[in-house]
Design a protein around this ligand. Structure first.
Ligand code: SF4
Length: 320
């Protein structure tokens, strides 16, 4: 991928605890995202996916690693971004109920980023810019004078998307943007996100626990387990030819719609064993306690990520 908007190299985020233990929330993760692409970053709760997002927006300080945005290094002794880079990298959080201020009308919430990032032409009033933002996410103009509590969950999330758009972004981090919504509302929000991506050439880092959602949304998929990457590949290759035992386990249990998808799914693999605590990640491969393909080496040596075909990387000791 030559036209990268985001490159993450060997990112680590450790949280030291008082008793001398360390939570390795993100442990040596490298990712690439192309311009106009969607990278689906998938993992169970506690896998570290949201921690990566929080490092990218400066909520957490990275322990080590490098981050490049449009070729410029933005993580150097802490996150260093120009105002333009800040405006170009936006985030939409999982819960719009808590990310929108309940005491502000939608107009007030949208006006804040509009004032900071001065989007639109100078002869367009702030109110006109708010109207056009609501139009972009297909919400009625009269929502501008409502409070978030007067809106449904999907509508609130579309307001959050409009707020991100107010800064004229190139890259939006979508942190579980639909997991708090009903399934029917989810489809509407996802479809709007896809339309906006096409219209504005946006790049999405789409963080989710829902692997099935990525089948129709992502260009590339990366799987995280206990802070480590297991596998990443172009989406079509990923769903047709999953290679890592953990990926196969996840894929074997997702619901599918068509017979073609059913035929592509790995045979049902029962999840065995508990997910280890992130405070006490086992030595060797972090997945070895649950892996039915485990070999003696897996308990001793941590596998390294290697490319097995163009763009398809797997972190496993198996001969693939
Ligand atoms: Fe399973 Fe070993 Fe591969 Fe880990 S390295 S996924 S334990 S086969």
């Amino acid at each position: 991928m030559d036209d990268k908007i985001l490159q993450i190299d060997n990112l680590k985020k450790y949280f030291p605890l008082r008793n001398g233990l360390v939570v390795k929330a993100v442990d040596d993760v490298s990712l690439r995202l192309g311009v106009g692409e969607t990278l689906g970053l998938v993992g169970e709760s506690g896998s570290g996916k949201s921690t990566i997002a929080y490092v990218l927006i400066g909520m957490y300080e990275a322990t080590s690693g490098k981050v490049f945005y449009k070729g410029e290094e933005i993580l150097r002794n802490g996150l260093r971004r120009t105002l333009k880079q800040k405006s170009e990298i936006q985030i939409v959080f999982q819960d719009p109920g808590s990310s929108l201020n309940p005491k502000r009308t939608i107009r007030q919430s949208l006006s804040v980023p509009l004032r900071i990032h001065s989007r639109g032409s100078s002869n367009q009033s702030l109110n006109e810019q708010v109207d056009s933002l609501l139009e972009e996410v297909e919400l009625p103009r009269d929502f501008a004078d409502k409070y978030p509590t007067a809106l449904g969950g999907g509508e609130r999330q579309l307001v959050s998307v409009a707020r991100a758009l107010a800064a004229n972004p190139s890259l939006i981090i979508l942190d579980e943007p639909t997991s708090a919504l009903d399934v029917s509302i989810q489809a509407k929000v996802i479809s709007k996100l896809i339309d906006l991506q096409r219209e504005k050439s946006l790049s999405y880092l789409f963080i989710t626990h829902d692997l099935s959602l990525m089948r129709n949304v992502a260009d590339r998929v990366a799987i995280l387990y206990l802070g480590r990457l297991c596998e990443q590949a172009p989406a079509a290759e990923f769903f047709e030819n999953p290679l890592h035992p953990y990926t196969k386990m996840l894929l074997s249990s997702i619901p599918v719609v068509t017979l073609e998808e059913e035929n592509m799914k790995p045979a049902k693999i029962r999840s065995s064993g508990e997910i280890p605590s992130p405070v006490n990640v086992p030595p060797g491969c972090a997945f070895h306690m649950r892996c039915r393909d485990k070999m003696p080496v897996c308990e001793l040596e941590r596998p390294v990520m290697r490319e097995v075909s163009r763009g398809h990387e797997v972190c496993c000791h198996l001969e693939i």
